[in-house]
Design a protein around this ligand. Structure first.
Ligand code: SF4
Ligand code: SF4
Length: 178
């Protein structure tokens, strides 16, 4: 039996750091969207996007919250941009025990960008008026996961109908054909 292929849409937010002016509108709308109740407050510490800002050098770099990790990594990266050296871990997307970024300030729970689930367009993209953030969509094919529950139900009914030995003989015969 061949697995069905189904189409899925992959959304990518493209970041153009040359266009970012550090206005932080993306941080504000993200934190407001994820406030409880929605839009009741805005606190950039709750945002799933943080903008690293160096106004004197005119450098602004948006970083999105990625996966949670329970242990910090052993290696470190250090970046130098236009002569300014950035801290180790400065551009990391992980919510990690070794630093404060991407953690819900009250509960300490990890934050991760969810692409503004339920919204047509990610709100940080919508609110970025200078197009430093843009969205790209592409279609990919993926194999439909076979639900094991369905397989078990189907097998159980065949065993009831034909008996276990007959099913096993058939499977053995089929596997030899491949
Ligand atoms: S809204 Fe756009 S320009 Fe403003 S800080 Fe965010 S990415 Fe940069
Ligand atoms: S896509 Fe939505 S959840 Fe992700 S950073 Fe932007 S506003 Fe926040």
């Amino acid at each position: 039996m061949k697995a069905e292929k189904k189409k899925k849409i992959i959304k990518t937010i493209k970041i153009n750091v040359d266009k970012c002016n550090g206005c932080r509108a993306c941080e504000m709308i993200c934190s407001a969207f994820h406030a409880a109740p929605k839009y009741s407050s805005n606190n950039p510490a709750r945002s799933r996007i943080r903008v690293i800002r160096e106004p004197l050098s005119d450098i602004y770099i948006p970083v999105y919250a990625g996966e949670y990790t329970s242990s910090e990594c052993a290696g470190r990266d250090k970046y130098t941009i236009d002569g300014k050296e950035y801290d180790e871990c400065a551009f990391c997307r992980a919510s990690c025990p070794s630093r404060a970024e991407f953690k819900e300030p009250d509960s300490g729970l990890p934050l991760k960008c969810d692409m503004c689930e339920g919204e047509e367009e990610p709100l940080c993209v919508k609110w970025c008026t200078v197009d430093a953030l843009t969205i790209e969509e592409r279609e990919e094919e993926e194999e439909e996961a076979v639900k094991m529950e369905d397989v078990e139900i189907g097998l159980a009914s065949m065993v009831d109908k034909y008996g276990l030995q007959k099913i096993m003989d058939t499977v053995a015969r089929m596997s030899k054909k491949d």
